[in-house]
Design a protein around this ligand. Structure first.
Ligand SMILES: Cc1cc2nc3c(=O)[nH]c(=O)nc-3n(C[C@H](O)[C@H](O)[C@H](O)COP(=O)(O)O)c2cc1C
Length: 206
């Protein structure tokens, strides 16, 4: 008998850092999109984003964003904005899943706007690590999404400028002090920091 079971989990979020993407809405206000399907590719970051998200729509329209990386202790603020979308009206499938419209996720999450230098969307002051980035390319997923209300897009953004809080930089260098940088991870809809389970996302099934 094998030690491994064949299982069918509803999601494949095996554990990746949380990214808070800030984009500008058409009226100039700032939206925050929490996400975790992101990975670095040289000087780019590849973002896996739902086509119906307001952040996705904003990034495709305006081509600019900031990527803000929360430390583990910010997880309750991330979860406060988790059941919300900047989209209005809320897509039906998301309303049925418990999402509501939120026009000001900065206020709801207790986040502070910090002006960027090379792009229009602001940064999130509370995040120790922040990237300013521009849309470089859009890749289509080849998965079969027929009949689905949304489909995932792979958006590649080029990182122009990187800001790191002085507390997580090795003094006098360009290096992140990995002893002091404690990123928040999203693992099968639970938040982790220090490899410790911090709590549940509202959609977690276990
Ligand atoms: C921790 C966390 C990680 C998430 N990861 C992703 C992701 O990688 N891609 C995605 O499209 N949505 C992800 N979501 C869901 C979006 O945040 C959600 O769809 C939200 O409504 C998007 O906001 P917006 O419509 O204002 O952009 C994640 C949510 C949370 C709380």
């Amino acid at each position: 008998m094998s030690d491994h079971l064949t299982i069918t989990p509803s999601i494949l979020y095996f554990g990746t850092p949380v990214v808070l993407i800030v984009t500008l809405n058409p009226d100039g206000s700032a939206n925050i999109t929490p996400m975790s399907s992101a990975w670095a590719l040289g000087r780019s970051v590849v973002l896996g984003l739902s086509s119906t998200g307001q952040g996705t729509i904003n990034l495709l329209r305006a081509g600019e964003c900031t990527l803000n990386f929360p430390a583990a202790d910010l997880w309750p603020r991330v979860e406060r904005i988790a059941p919300t979308t900047g989209a209005n009206p809320v897509p039906t499938y998301k309303a049925e899943a418990g999402f509501a419209h939120e026009a000001d996720k900065f206020a709801r999450g207790g986040f502070t706007r910090q002006a960027s230098e090379t792009v229009a969307p602001p940064r999130i002051a509370e995040c120790p690590l922040q990237f300013e980035a521009r849309l470089l390319a859009q890749h289509e997923s080849m998965q079969d999404w027929a009949g689905q209300p949304s489909r995932p897009l792979l958006l590649e953004v080029g990182v122009d400028l990187i800001h790191a809080h002085r507390d997580i930089v090795v003094p006098g260098t360009n290096h992140i002090d990995t002893e002091r940088w404690n990123p928040l991870h999203y693992v099968f809809r639970h938040y982790f920091g220090n490899a410790t389970n911090l709590g549940r996302n509202f959609r977690a099934e276990s």
